[in-house]
Design a protein around this ligand. Structure first.
Ligand code: HEC
Ligand code: HEC
Ligand code: HEC
Ligand code: HEC
Length: 453
C-alpha cells in the first residue's frame, strides 16, 4: 500500500468502513469488550429516592429555585440522559420567541456528545442555546469519550471548564500522576459549579481562591453573585452542587493515596486471567475485597463506621435544616412588618452563609464515606451562623413589634410545596406533555431509558 493510500485510509476518506465516532459508546465495544461490558452494568443500578419527600424542609430552603420542584438521589451513569430530560428542573421549551428556556449547560455532565457539540459550535455558543434545543444531539449516556482520548485507553478531560479549573488549583491535568488523572476524569462532573451569567450561562467551577466552602464563598461574595432571590426571606442565595472531588481531595483517603478509581473502579481479573478496570462505577463497599481490604481488615467494621458517620451527619443536618426554615420565615415576618434593608442586611447575609455551608455538606453524595469530618465541621459553622441570624432577627422583631411568626407545614413534600406557593400541577402537566409529544417520539432512545417517574 502506498503511503498516500494509507494516509487516506487512516483519515477515513475512502469511505470503506465508517470511522468510529468517539462519542458513540457502541463503537468502542469491538476494541475493548471487557471494559465495555462492565461499563454497561451501570444500567443495573436503577433505584432512585425522592429526597424532597424524605426531607420536605429542603423545599423551603430551595424555594424559588428548580431544586424545590424535583430532587432525586443519583443512580447509574447509563441513566444520565433520561434523568436530566425528565427532571422538572430542566423545564420545557420556551413558549415564544421572547422567552428563554433553561440553558443547554444542564447537559454538560450527562453525555460524551457534549464535548463533541462544544467542539463543533464553541463552549459559550453551546451554553447560549436552550436545553431542549440540544435534545436530538444527546444519544450517548456518560461513556468512553468522556474519559478517554478517541479510540484509545489514554485519559483526558474533554470539557474545557474542567481543564481550566484544575489549572486554577495548580493541578493541571498533563502534570498529574496517572492516579490523579483518573480522579480528575470523575472531577469533570463530580464537582460544584455555577452558570456564568456574563458568559451566556457557561459552566464555571468557582475555584479562583481555592476549592473549600470558605474560599468559594469568598469568590461569590466578592462578585456579589447570587443564583436566585429567596421568595420568603429575600436572601440572595448560593447553591452548592455535589462537590465530591473537592471534599475527597482533603480527605484521609486522598492523603493515603486512595482515589475515586481505587474505590469505585477496582482492578478485576476475567476468566482468561486478564486484568481490567471495573467500569461499573457504583457502590464502593461492594468492592471491599478488591478496593478496601488492602488497607482495612473488616468489612463489618467499615460498614458500621459508615453507618455511624451517616447518622451523625443526618442528625446535624436535620437540626440545621429546621433552624434555616425558621430563619427564612422570621425574615419574612420582619419584611411583612415593614423592615428596611439596613436592618436586614446582616441577618440575611448570615442566612446566605449558613445555607451555603449546609448545602456544601449535604449536596456531596457519599460525603459520609469521603470526608465526614469536613461535613460535620461545615454543619457546626452553619448552625452558629443561622443562630446568629435568628438572634439578629429577634431584635428586628422587637423593634417592629412582631409578636408572632407563622411557620409552614412540612409534613410532606406536597405540603411544603403548597406552603411556598408552587403550582406543581402545571409544572408536571407541561413536562408530561413535552415528554409524550416531543421526547418519546423524536429524541434518541437514551432519553427514555429507565422510564423515570
Ligand atoms: C460526564 C460526567 C460524569 C463523569 C465523568 C463521572 N460521573 Fe459519576 N455521575 C454523573 C451523573 C450525572 C450521575 C447521576 C446519574 C443519574 O442519576 O441519572 C452520576 C452518578 C454517579 C454515581 C452514583 C451511581 C449509583 O449507582 O448510585 C457514582 C458512584 C459515580 N457517579 C461515581 C463516579 C466516578 C467514581 C467517576 C469517575 C470514574 C464518575 N462518576 C465520573 C456524572 C459523571
Ligand atoms: C468516568 C471515566 C471513564 C469512563 C466513562 C470510561 N473509562 Fe476506561 N478507564 C478510566 C480510568 C480512570 C482508567 C484507568 C484505570 C487505572 O489505570 O487504574 C480506565 C481504563 C481503561 C482501559 C485500560 C485497561 C483497564 O481496564 O484498566 C481501557 C481499555 C478502557 N478504560 C476502556 C474504556 C471503554 C471502552 C469505555 C466505554 C465503554 C470506558 N473505558 C469508559 C475511566 C473511564
Ligand atoms: C476510600 C474509598 C472511596 C474513595 C477514594 C472515593 N469514594 Fe465515592 N464512595 C465511597 C463509599 C464507601 C461510598 C458510599 C456508598 C457506597 O457504599 O458505595 C461512596 C459514595 C459515592 C457517591 C454517591 C453514590 C450514591 O449513590 O449516593 C459518589 C457520587 C461517589 N462516591 C463519587 C466519588 C468520586 C467522584 C470520588 C473521587 C473524587 C470518590 N467517590 C472517592 C468510597 C470512596
Ligand atoms: C490506600 C489505603 C486505603 C484504602 C484502599 C481504603 N482506605 Fe479507608 N482509610 C484509610 C486511612 C489511612 C484511613 C484513616 C484512618 C484513620 O484516620 O484512623 C481510612 C479510614 C476509613 C474510614 C473511617 C474509619 C472510621 O473508623 O471512621 C472508612 C469508613 C473507610 N476508610 C472506608 C473505606 C472503604 C469503604 C474503602 C474501600 C472502598 C477504603 N476505605 C479503602 C486508608 C484506605
Amino acid at each position: 500500500m502506498t503511503r498516500h493510500l494509507a494516509l487516506l485510509l487512516s483519515l477515513g476518506l475512502l469511505g470503506c468502513s465508517p470511522q468510529p465516532q468517539p462519542a458513540d459508546n457502541a463503537s468502542w465495544q469491538e476494541d475493548y469488550p471487557v471494559q465495555y461490558d462492565s461499563w454497561l452494568t451501570t444500567e443495573e443500578t436503577t433505584r432512585q429516592a425522592d429526597e424532597l419527600e424524605r426531607r420536605p424542609a429542603m423545599v423551603v430552603l430551595w424555594a424559588g429555585s428548580g431544586f424545590a420542584k424535583d430532587y432525586n438521589t443519583p443512580r447509574g451513569h447509563r441513566f444520565s440522559i433520561a434523568d436530566v430530560t425528565h427532571t422538572l428542573r430542566t423545564g420545557v421549551p420556551a413558549k415564544g420567541p421572547d422567552e428563554k428556556g433553561y440553558s443547554a449547560s444542564c447537559w454538560t455532565c450527562k453525555s460524551p456528545d457534549v464535548p463533541r457539540v462544544m467542539a463543533e459550535m464553541g463552549e459559550e455558543n453551546f451554553a447560549a442555546t436552550d436545553f431542549t434545543d440540544q435534545g436530538l444531539q444527546m444519544a450517548n449516556s456518560i461513556g468512553c469519550a468522556d474519559c478517554h482520548e478517541s479510540g484509545s485507553d489514554a485519559l483526558h478531560l474533554p470539557r474545557p471548564h474542567a481543564k481550566n479549573a484544575m489549572e486554577k488549583v495548580n493541578l493541571a491535568f498533563e502534570k498529574q500522576s496517572p492516579a490523579m488523572q483518573g480522579a480528575q476524569t470523575c472531577g469533570q462532573c463530580h464537582v460544584t459549579y455555577y452558570f456564568q451569567p456574563e458568559a451566556h450561562n457557561k459552566v464555571n467551577i468557582p475555584w479562583i481562591f481555592g476549592s473549600t466552602a470558605d474560599e468559594i464563598e469568598r469568590y461569590y461574595d466578592t462578585r456579589r453573585f447570587y443564583e436566585w432571590l429567596h421568595p420568603i426571606s429575600r436572601t440572595p442565595m448560593l447553591k452548592a452542587r455535589h462537590p465530591e472531588f473537592e471534599t475527597w481531595s482533603r480527605s484521609a483517603h486522598a492523603e493515603a493515596g486512595a482515589t475515586c478509581i481505587d474505590c469505585h473502579m477496582p482492578k478485576r481479573t476475567n476468566e482468561d486471567g486478564r486484568h481490567y478496570s471495573d467500569h461499573n462505577v457504583g457502590h464502593a463497599l461492594e468492592n471491599f475485597d478488591l478496593a478496601c481490604a488492602g488497607c482495612h481488615e473488616s468489612k463489618g467494621a467499615l460498614s458500621a463506621a459508615l453507618a455511624k458517620n451517616k447518622a451523625d451527619i443526618d442528625a446535624a443536618r436535620t437540626e440545621v435544616e429546621d433552624l434555616l426554615v425558621k430563619a427564612h420565615y422570621e425574615a419574612k415576618a420582619a419584611w411583612d412588618a415593614g423592615a428596611e434593608w439596613a436592618m436586614m442586611d446582616s441577618p440575611i447575609l448570615d442566612i446566605r452563609h449558613a445555607q451555603w455551608r449546609w448545602d456544601f455538606a449535604v449536596a456531596s453524595h457519599g460525603i459520609h464515606a469521603h470526608n465526614p469530618d469536613e461535613a460535620l465541621a461545615l454543619l457546626a459553622v452553619a448552625r452558629r451562623q443561622v443562630n446568629m441570624a435568628r438572634a439578629k432577627l429577634e431584635l428586628v422583631h422587637e423593634q417592629l413589634n412582631v409578636t408572632e411568626v407563622v411557620y409552614p407545614d412540612l409534613s410532606s413534600k406536597a405540603a411544603a410545596q403548597a406552603a411556598v406557593n408552587m403550582d406543581m400541577a402545571t409544572f408536571n402537566a407541561e413536562k408530561d406533555a413535552f415528554i409524550e409529544q416531543v421526547v418519546a417520539p423524536n429524541w434518541p432512545a437514551a432519553a427514555m431509558r429507565g422510564a423515570p417517574h
